[in-house]
Design a protein around this ligand. Structure first.
Ligand code: OKP
Ligand code: ZN
Length: 340
């Protein structure tokens, strides 16, 4: 198994998020990667650098105007004489216009963001770009015959839509990997999202397509972030109808409850008979996670890895969430061990 990592992730740092009405330091922090790298080193695995890609590759799953905004957002902020982190304060919700992109910086920030929890700092674009390069490299290696790869992506990606940032996500790393595998000639790709939070961005990107299956197990959006997507009745549209499967589970779900949903979810993947699998690997389903409410213990990540690896599919694992920083490395390594 090949593991891909870029130190450029650390350029995305220093942000605060609006969490339950309070401005707090981001739970999504560079130290998460340090702990994952330490666990990888303890396991005796090597990491390698991502390849470089032209920015045009991001238009495979993102809108050009959104990418232009992301690339230039912080320079525009600096041009206003500001430093520190950028957060939006107003969004085009119900009854407001979203058929035209506003010109002002704060207006565009609100237009492209869907929460006030995903600060942009000076290094955000470079870090998000490097994370996407890790996912693309991991996909290219699998397309070239590697059985499994792991992209240590930070910032994460599964909340980022075609033209939308949020949930600490800017570029959708898993979607880019899935599309890359399609572009390499694999006819059907399955995405399995096990992060605690519904992968709304990935769902949106592949919503009307039958060539990428999206299957997600997550906290019930009635009470859990991202709140407005992730229900079981969301099944895709047009050609994509029936190729989207959501498994919202209640707060407090433990391995027994999780494993039942996982079995059904994996059944959908098997029925689809994909050429490759992309896993959005969030380990915030851990019982000690500070912002999530499932009750999986450390040993359950070994079980999770074994169940996914048993599919025996060429697999790209993409890092998503996980905010119990001290335990994140061991939990990730426990999943990877089934593939290594
Ligand atoms: C990203 B990933 C609620 C704040 C929620 C966003 C959580 C993003 C999780 N008051 N903050 O899916 O792990
Ligand atoms: Zn999450």
């Amino acid at each position: 198994m090949k593991l891909i990592h870029s130190p450029l992730h650390a350029l995305h740092d220093g942000g605060m998020e609006l969490h339950r009405g309070e401005l707090v330091p981001c739970y999504e922090m560079p130290a998460r990667v340090d702990h994952i790298l330490a666990a990888i080193a303890r396991a005796g695995w090597a990491v390698e650098a991502p390849r470089e890609y032209d920015d045009a590759v991001f238009t495979s799953v993102h809108d050009a105007d959104y990418l232009a905004f992301l690339r230039g957002a912080y320079d525009a902020w600096r041009a206003e004489g500001r430093d520190g982190f950028m957060l939006p304060g107003a969004f085009p919700a119900r009854g407001l216009r979203r058929d035209r992109v506003p010109t002002g910086l704060h207006a565009r920030l609100g237009y492209y963001a869907f929460d006030a929890g995903s600060p942009i700092v000076a290094g955000t674009w470079q870090a998000a770009r490097a994370a996407a390069h890790c996912a693309l490299t991991a996909a290219d290696l699998v397309a070239a015959g590697e059985r499994s790869t792991y992209a240590l992506c930070r910032p994460p990606g599964h909340h980022a839509g075609r033209g939308m940032l949020g949930g600490y996500c800017f570029l959708n790393n898993a979607a880019l990997a899935a599309q890359r595998l399609r572009d390499a000639g694999m006819a059907r790709i399955a995405v399995l999202d096990v992060d605690y939070h519904h992968g709304n961005g990935t769902q949106e990107i592949f919503w009307d397509r039958d060539d990428v299956l999206f299957v997600s197990i997550h906290g019930d959006p009635n009470t859990e972030y991202p709140f407005f997507l992730g229900h079981a009745d969301e099944r895709g549209a047009g050609a994509g109808e029936g190729y989207n499967h959501n498994f919202p589970l209640p707060r407090g779900t433990d391995w027994a409850g999780y494993a039942a949903a996982l079995e059904t979810a994996l059944g959908h993947v098997v029925d689809y008979a994909p050429q490759a699998l992309v896993v959005s690997l969030g380990v915030d389903i851990f019982e000690g996670d500070p912002i999530s409410q499932f009750r999986l213990g450390a040993a359950d990540f070994t079980r999770l890895g074994a169940h996914i690896a048993a599919l025996e599919l060429p697999t790209v694992l993409v890092q998503e969430g996980g905010y119990a920083v001290a335990e994140i490395g061991d939990n990730v390594a426990s999943v990877l061990a089934a593939f290594a």
